[in-house]
Ligand binder design. Structure first.
Ligand code: SF4
Length: 367
């Protein structure tokens, strides 16, 4: 298969989403308020409403003068995410939402409550240009990059839902954000970094989450992994490896034809070295494709001795696809062999299977 390398850094082709408060740093918010004819101190007031109370309707911001509400609403709180469909699973502890963006593009987010933590999985692009053949999103190609506010807005919407007590388990807060929805986060690098800062800056500048609670995934854009290493953040890097050998990885993750397994692992180890954070290796187990015992051994050899953790993901097959989940005995043997190499491994809890767990699947259906 030929690599979609020309798409790796492709600029979005559609129009830009309107500017939103969450696109701006705190200095930029003050400047924007002044430009709207408002006092600069309103930036803090609005940020507290948005990041502290999850409000985005200025009609509910009762401390704003009536005359300012429409102006500020139009200038800084344009509607960016409209829910098209919401599905729940796992007894109401998993909530998946398909959002329509201002230009009609569809993305999705998933909120997952576990004992002791709540994880929000967000999309960073509408569609994806990486063309992984086992992934529904990859089949449709890239529509455009999301803006920082479109990314942060998914988390704010999840926070609002959770705070309202509508998610099984009662009111709570999001503790983890994983960039594992639609898209290749590092192909939308600057925006994703801005979004991470909005998520982790203290309230009211941002949502006040811990950087350690944020995971940024990548299929292996080596220059961007190296850039992230220098960013001074302590987010977890998740590398979607899916194969330990170039021959198979060239097929499963076409960007591998540009950056090979050895090169991408080198970049990952440099990230671990710099941040002291364990790199998460994502490996979708696909029956008779990448789940052979010899591949488990090869993976174990390549990872042994590094600051690493392997997440094995039982593949949730997309409709009409030839790719399917491994047999239970092959999965067990894969785990056993990795452990024999001293590599820590877990099999991911496949949340939301009954509502189309594979990334991008639900939005693909809506489209
Ligand atoms: S698996 Fe991830 S990187 Fe690959 S095409 Fe799908 S969304 Fe893109």
């Amino acid at each position: 298969m030929s690599a979609p390398v020309d798409l790796v850094f492709a600029a979005p082709r559609r129009g830009k989403p309107p500017r939103h408060l969450a696109d701006l740093s705190s200095d930029e918010r003050r400047e924007a308020l002044v430009a709207l004819g408002e006092p600069a101190y309103r930036a803090r007031q609005l940020s507290t409403h948005y990041f502290g109370r999850y409000l985005d309707d200025t009609a509910e911001m009762t401390d704003l003068p009536q005359a300012s509400r429409d102006r500020i609403g139009d200038g800084l709180f344009p509607p960016l995410l409209t829910p098209v469909r919401t599905l729940t699973a796992d007894g109401g502890a998993t909530v998946k939402t398909v959002w329509r963006l201002f230009d009609g593009a569809l993305v999705e987010s998933v909120l997952m409550r576990y004992p002791g933590r709540v994880t929000m999985c967000v999309s960073s692009q509408a569609g994806c240009g990486m063309a992984c053949p086992f992934c529904a999103t990859g089949q449709a190609g890239l529509t455009r990059n999301l803006s920082a506010a479109e990314i942060v807005g998914q988390v704010v919407a999840g926070s609002r839902l959770l705070a309202s007590g509508e998610v099984a388990g009662g009111p709570g807060r999001i503790s983890n954000v994983v960039f594992m929805g639609m898209g290749e986060p590092l192909a939308n690098y600057r925006t994703v970094i801005s979004a991470v800062r909005r998520l982790t800056d203290p309230v009211p500048d941002g949502l006040g989450m811990s950087q350690r609670g944020v995971t940024v995934s990548t299929v292996g854009l080596v220059p961007r992994i190296r850039q992230l290493t220098e960013e001074g953040l302590s987010v977890t890097l998740a590398l979607s490896l899916h194969a330990p050998d170039d021959e198979l990885r060239d097929e499963l993750v076409p960007v591998n034809t540009r950056w090979k397994v050895a090169e991408v692992l080198d970049a990952a180890w440099a990230y671990a070295e710099q941040t002291k954070r364990r790199v998460s290796i994502e490996y979708a187990l696909i029956r008779d494709i990448n789940d052979q015992a010899w591949r488990a051994d090869l993976l174990g050899e390549k990872l042994a001795g590094h600051l690493v953790h392997v997440n094995l993901i039982p593949l949730n097959p997309t409709p009409g696809s030839k790719w399917t989940a491994s047999r239970p005995e092959d999965e067990r043997e894969f785990v056993r062999r990795l452990e024999a190499h001293g590599v820590p491994v877990t099999v991911r809890d496949t949340r939301g299977q009954e509502i189309d767990g594979a990334c991008g699947q639900l939005a693909a259906k809506e489209a």
